[in-house]
Design a binder for this molecule. Structure first.
Ligand code: DLL
Length: 430
């Protein structure tokens, strides 16, 4: 099923021609209207007429998250104030937020891409979507909301948290699909288990659109089992609209990124040099259709690779591999480079492990992983617990080359955040 079959299955030649036309228009636009880019072009001795092929894109300046903060609040806006329709902000872990503007057309186009994603996952009129993302300055809920309405779904804007209310809505209105983060999906699965509710028999849930945070295949499996749904990975970032940038099709093997809207590059995070398809590196994106706030070569800091093979679903837009981490997520512990996702993969593959965990670093590189046990966990069988603790320690050590201290706690003990989970607490720098 397609939302926009022509655009989604366009031949590569036509798609690349379209990209080039849009790239040139975007370059002209920012050169003429955004002093920040005009200056960057001047520094590089570059003019819009120098961009004559897609390969020339690598001559364009890179834009970083720090640039967006420095240009806050309106530095990167490329339209008149009267054309602005919506503001979102995105706050990182430090400093000023980023101001992200949409024109009316941008709002509609973001919804259009979201609609492609939802139809790709098999949704259509009659579907009932419970949108459990945070409504507000975060793009996650609103962009999905508009896309889902476009497709003809009934949208329940439940927002995050309050599992009791979420469950009631699902029971009373027959929710068929949910939109949430992996951490809340796991938490909610736990909640149902505790309540003794079998989602397969008692709820109408069929699909989950899960994103906004990295997660592993093992976590996908846990969510699918716990909620009795098909999980589709959804990737996006506020700087590029929010959700709807890349999404899985029924193959569930890589996320189609909408290349008529985004120019995709993978670069070596250290040198910024482009890498060939298939190699893992940092994702760099250029908006090709944004009016209010076009962004050239944005360094997402997300690590992934392009799956070069054509997809059996017939879409020609290339697929991104699951995001395996961020360049700024990497922890260096006793000289080893560790990504939190490596820890997650190991944990979620152990059936006795529950759905939440925290990674704590303190003192001189002491690493403690606190792990919730699955459902019935603490049966007072100390021997079993000790065995499990040893199993987790050994498996983590084999994966990350560092021996962590492992603490086991009862299910539901660790805090759950309504927005994105905070799983790594690094007290070393304090
Ligand atoms: O999280 C947009 C979004 C909302 C995507 C809802 C999907 C669903 P930001 O708050 O700007 O925007 O955060 C963007 O979150 O650069 C990634 O590091 C991470 N991220 C988002 N989706 C995924 C995913 C939204 N599926 C940042 N897998 C991105 C891994 C993800 N990481």
């Amino acid at each position: 099923m397609f939302w926009d079959q022509e655009a989604e299955t366009m031949g590569r030649g036509g798609l690349e021609q379209l990209q080039l036309r849009r790239l040139k228009a975007t370059v002209r636009r920012v050169y003429e209207r955004v002093p920040f880019y005009r200056q960057k072009f001047a520094e590089a001795g570059l003019q819009p007429r120098h961009i004559t092929s897609l390969a020339d894109a690598r001559r364009l300046p890179l834009t970083t998250s720090a640039d967006l903060r420095e240009q806050y609040p309106r530095g990167l806006v490329a339209v008149d104030a009267t054309e602005l329709a919506r503001l979102h902000t995105s706050s990182g872990t430090t400093g000023k937020p980023k101001g992200l503007f949409f024109s009316r057309k941008d709002v509609d186009r973001a919804a259009e891409l979201m609609a492609r994603c939802l139809v790709m996952a098999g949704l259509g009129p009659g579907g009932i979507l419970q949108n459990m993302m945070t409504y507000g300055m975060f793009t996650g809920a609103l962009v999905m909301h508009y896309g889902a309405e476009k497709v003809g779904l009934l949208v329940i804007p439940s927002g995050p948290g309050n599992s009791e209310k979420q469950l009631l809505l699902m029971q009373d209105f027959g929710t068929t699909a949910i939109h949430t983060t992996p951490s809340y999906a796991l938490y909610f699965a736990d909640y149902l288990e505790k309540k003794g509710i079998d989602p397969r028999r008692e709820l109408s849930l069929r699909q989950g659109f899960i994103g906004a945070e990295p997660y592993s295949e093992e976590t996908r499996r846990k969510i699918e089992q716990g909620l009795g749904i098909d999980v589709y990975n959804s990737y996006g970032l506020s700087e590029m609209n929010g959700p709807g940038v890349a999404f899985e099709c029924a193959e569930k093997h890589g996320l189609h990124i909408w290349e008529d809207f985004f120019l995709v590059e993978i670069v070596d995070p250290r040198t910024g040099e482009p890498l060939p398809d298939g190699e893992r590196g940092e994702l760099v994106l250029t908006t090709l259709c944004r009016e209010a706030m076009p962004i050239l070569r944005y360094r997402t800091r997300d690590i992934t690779s392009i799956l070069p093979q054509p997809c059996p679903c017939g879409r020609t837009h290339r697929r991104l591999n699951r995001i395996t981490g961020r360049t700024d997520d990497m922890l260096i512990v006793r000289g080893s480079n560790i990504y939190p996702q490596q820890i997650e993969r190991v944990l979620m593959d152990i059936p006795a492990v529950g759905r939440n965990y925290v990674i704590l670093l303190e003192g001189l590189d002491e690493l403690t992983v606190t792990v919730e046990l699955a459902g019935a966990g603490f049966g007072g069988q100390v021997e079993k617990l000790v065995r499990l603790q040893t199993e987790i320690t050994d498996k983590l050590r084999a994966e990350i080359m560092v021996k962590p201290k492992v603490e086991l706690v009862a299910a539901g003990t660790l805090p759950v955040s309504e927005g994105k989970a905070r799983r790594v607490i690094d007290k070393r720098s304090l």
